[in-house]
Ligand binder design. Structure first.
Ligand SMILES: [Ca+2]
Ligand SMILES: [Ca+2]
Ligand SMILES: [Ca+2]
Length: 490
């Protein structure tokens, strides 16, 4: 155990040093960076979107457009996203706080080569670089006149970094900025490597800023390469000293030394309705297959962690000096097991002063090579676990390596039992585990036997919680909260 801690601590120390040395920040605000303000200003009136001061301006991007490429209409759309962002930023910079600028992007694969000198070294990262107050929306066919008309699930809009850096993969496919939105895109093909920060955030790199990222898919990005004191991390998304909001996003099949789905470094993002599936941590010491938290306390709600893997620990989620708030989440079929480390915490590992609050979550089918199939705690890590199901994880559900880790487990259904008020040990009667359906059957012993919690008002279906079905569950007990991520409604 100590070896893994030493390694992780080394990572933390080195990361701190690197961050301090490089003084990384989000792209600076520098009006005039765009290709000529005059051009954009003139176009505003003719596009039907200009509403004068305080209105909204839309700039259009369509890879297939053949017009004059000034972004003023679908016909005259820019053919690259960066051109749209830069033009929009030039406009909003001249009128800050009064005009809202959006960039609408038509479906297609945007895989052009990019020149984006970033970081202290001004290395070309091959990124699309977001700008402050510029809101990016994908999912259009290229004819819409209202944003409501787009369908991002049908009109797939891909930002592909695979050849974006002079024929090589982008270090970061997209880089976040403050007060900006990324909505309706698929982000793929990034390859972070080398030293931090180019080793961090292959799909999206977010540092010292708080964009809103919604309705996006981060898939098949990688952060691998040589060990240089810091393992490459955050293949899907790397968040450093930032608190963005991430909603309705998918993190699939990303591969990194550690934290391949999402890595949070000194960050407390809000993560809602996201799925983390099939992300793979490859370093022998790599942790946090779905999410790796380092000195971070994100709020994670209504998320699913399925089939992710890590070597040292935390197939679903790893916490190091981190105390996230995790509510209505499912952890299923995650694995912590590797060739060097035996693996701890198939669902979640909490190391070194990590005491997450885990509420109404369901853990099942997770496995660890050494201990704590569901959850594993070590060194002053004492999660508060309430209204959770931990069932059919192997080997065993909750394991504390040291006595100074004392999780408070109450109103939970734990296979094999666990000390604590209101805990039960009974088959939760999932609807269909093999199909991934972790809803409760009417015969479930978890119905109506949780404890009322004012801070939880719905379940992973967004159905109201608590909810009582008369004749189902334990009627008339005064508490109607169900245990697990599902509230049984019908
Ligand atoms: Ca209920
Ligand atoms: Ca009932
Ligand atoms: Ca439900």
């Amino acid at each position: 155990m100590n070896r893994s801690l030493v390694c992780i601590q080394t990572v933390l120390v080195v990361l701190i040093a690197v961050v301090m040395l490089t003084g990384m920040q989000c792209p600076p605000l520098s009006p005039g960076e765009g290709e000529g303000e005059g051009e954009g200003e003139g176009e505003g009136e003719g596009e039907g979107e200009g509403e004068g001061e305080g209105g909204q301006r839309v700039f259009y991007v369509d890879k297939a457009a053949t017009g004059v490429e000034n972004g003023s209409s679908w016909a005259n759309a820019f053919t690259t996203i960066q051109a749209g962002v830069d033009q929009a930023f030039a406009v909003v910079s001249l009128d800050p706080g009064t005009v809202r600028v959006e960039v609408w992007v038509a479906a297609g694969v945007y895989d052009e080569s990019r020149t984006s000198p970033l970081h202290e070294s001004l290395v070309n990262t091959g990124s699309v670089v977001m700008k402050e107050d510029v809101h990016l929306f994908g999912g259009f066919t290229g004819v819409e006149i209202s944003r409501d008309q787009r369908d991002f699930q049908t009109n797939i809009t891909v930002i592909d970094g695979s050849v974006a850096r002079g024929g090589n993969p982008a270090y970061h496919v997209i880089v976040g900025s403050d007060s900006a939105t990324l909505d309706g895109f698929t982000i793929t093909g990034g390859h972070a490597h080398g030293d931090f920060p180019t080793s961090f955030g292959a799909g999206m790199f977010i540092e010292l800023c708080a964009p809103l990222v919604s309705n996006c898919t981060f898939s098949d990005n990688i952060a691998t390469g040589q060990w240089e004191g810091v393992w490459p991390a955050g293949a899907g998304m790397g968040i450093s000293e930032a608190s963005p909001t991430i909603i309705n996003c998918q993190f699939n099949d990303n591969v990194a030394g550690g934290g391949p789905g999402m890595t949070n470094w000194l960050s407390s993002p809000t993560v809602i309705n996201c799925t983390f599936t099939g992300n793979v941590s490859t370093d022998p010491e790599g942790d946090g297959g779905g999410m790796s938290n380092l000195g971070s306390s994100p709020t994670v709600t209504n998320c699913t962690f399925t089939g992710n893997s890590a070597n040292s620990g935390g197939g679903g989620m790893a916490n190091f000096e981190s105390s996230p708030t995790v509510t209505n989440c499912t952890f299923r079929d995650n694995v912590a097991s590797g060739p060097v480390r035996p693996g701890t915490g198939g669902g979640m590992v909490s190391w070194s002063y990590s005491s997450p609050t885990v509420t109404n979550c369901t853990f099942t089918g997770n496995s660890a090579g050494f201990a704590g199939g569901g959850m594993y705690q070590e060194e002053y890590s004492s999660p508060t676990v309430t209204n959770c199901i931990l069932w059919n994880d192997s080997p065993g559900e909750i394991f504390n390596l040291t006595k100074d880790s004392n999780p408070l487990v109450t109103y939970c259904d734990v296979q094999g039992g666990h000390a604590g008020e209101g805990n039960i040990d009974a088959d939760p009667m999932f609807v269909d585990v093999s199909a991934g359906d972790l809803h409760l059957r009417p015969s479930s012993p978890c119905i109506d036997v949780g404890i009322d919690l004012a801070e939880v008002s719905d379940d992973f279906d967004r159905e109201p919680r608590p909810f009582d079905v008369p004749g189902v569950g334990a009627d008339g007990t005064g508490t109607e909260f169900d245990i697990g991520a599902d509230e049984f409604v019908d």
